[in-house]
Design a protein around this ligand. Structure first.
Ligand code: ZN
Ligand code: ZN
Length: 360
């Protein structure tokens, strides 16, 4: 089968990839569509160190092909969206509804793939840039057949992370002011979740003005191009009555933006760090800036509860309350992946989706 592999030097589509059979509690998935996220490229440019060779891709949707022993929750043919967690389901974190804090989800580096006689790692417990993968059954969450695969593919990374940061982590409420730094795959989902939560105003910052229309369609009430302001923190505060925002979401992972995010928070508010900086990035802030009950919060994978959240996201989507289709900027056949990466690097697309043979 085909899959996109990073061998430590180059990224290439190979066609002699093999995946092992599903073991007890596991399922084999035929991937139909996969989103391409900046985190995949971060492995290639070294921002996210990862052992190689590795089959990339960590947001996808597909169909269950085979179930391993003991899997009672899924059946062959079920359409599913994929989660990267693979929580154990039995530890104190899982038992208290915080699967993103399950220790079993950290640091595993399995090698379910083989090619050219060599074991190949999966990425983020998934590897959605392959035609078939093997995952734990709780990573495959059944979705209604009406949800197109290309749209469902985005749920497992940007949608879960962005909406979960709003609902689970920051707990945005009606009338709360929200600033979103970066209108990419995560930021746009923060915007639409903030709208669902009743937040107002919702101010989006991005240097790419082409993102304004989609941001507004998803719920942004204002758009700021930081390049137009000498002091962007002052400009944002001025738009919010002088005090800053109740919640500021940094969705880029850049030092300066993370520092500005903290400065934009109102008394008693939250700076939520969603962007992934390089592991060496350090930020500076004045501790005095936090004295008035300002919280700087990390957020792993939207603090999500994948079974509940994916079901809710699909229901909201089918009811027309949450957008998925509009998040897909363009679709590409798997073989056209270099064009997708090029469009992504040039900022021409918010989210490109790779479609596998059999996708729709
Ligand atoms: Zn991602
Ligand atoms: Zn656990």
């Amino acid at each position: 089968m085909q899959g996109i592999v990073f061998d430590g030097q180059t990224l290439a589509l190979i066609d002699d990839l093999e995946v092992r059979d599903p073991g007890p509690g596991e399922v084999e998935i035929e991937i139909r569509a996969s989103g391409v996220c900046h985190s995949d490229l971060s492995v290639v440019n070294g921002t996210i160190p990862y052992p190689t060779p590795v089959v990339l891709g960590h947001e996808g949707a597909g169909v269950v092909r085979r179930c391993g022993e003991g899997v009672a929750t899924l059946a062959p043919g079920d359409p599913v969206a994929l989660s990267t967690l693979g929580q154990c389901g039995a530890c104190p974190a899982c038992d208290s509804g915080r699967p993103t804090m399950c220790r079993e989800t950290f640091g595993k580096r399995p090698t379910p793939f083989r090619a050219r006689g060599m074991p190949h790692h999966n990425f983020a417990n998934l590897s959605t840039f392959a035609e078939r993968i093997v995952v734990k059954a709780n990573q495959a969450i059944r979705i209604p057949p009406e949800v197109p695969f290309a749209s469902a593919a985005l749920i497992g990374c940007g949608v879960l992370t962005g909406t979960g940061a709003v609902f689970h982590r920051a707990k945005v409420g009606p009338g709360d002011s929200v600033v979103v730094i970066g209108a990419g795959g995560i930021g746009l989902n923060v915007v639409q979740a903030a709208r669902l939560a009743g937040a107002h105003p919702i101010l989006v910052l991005d240097t790419n003005r082409e993102k304004q229309a989609l941001a507004r369609q998803l719920g942004a009430t204002g758009f700021v191009d930081p390049r137009e302001h000498e002091d962007v923190v002052a400009a944002v505060k001025a738009r919010l009555g002088g005090w800053g925002a109740r919640h500021v979401f940094e969705c880029v992972g850049a030092k300066t933006l993370m520092e500005q995010a903290i400065q934009m928070v109102d008394w008693g508010g939250n700076a939520v760090m969603l962007g992934v900086p390089s592991s060496e990035t350090r930020v500076e802030f004045l501790p005095a800036a936090t004295f008035l009950d300002v919280t700087i919060m990390g957020c792993r994978y939207g603090s999500s509860q994948p079974q509940a959240d994916v079901a809710r996201i699909c229901e909201l989507y089918l009811a027309g309350r949450l957008e998925l289709d509009a998040l897909v900027s363009a679709r590409y056949p798997l073989a056209d992946w270099p064009r997708l990466v090029e469009d992504m690097k040039a900022g021409r697309i918010a989210r490109g989706v790779l479609e596998m043979p059999g996708g729709r």
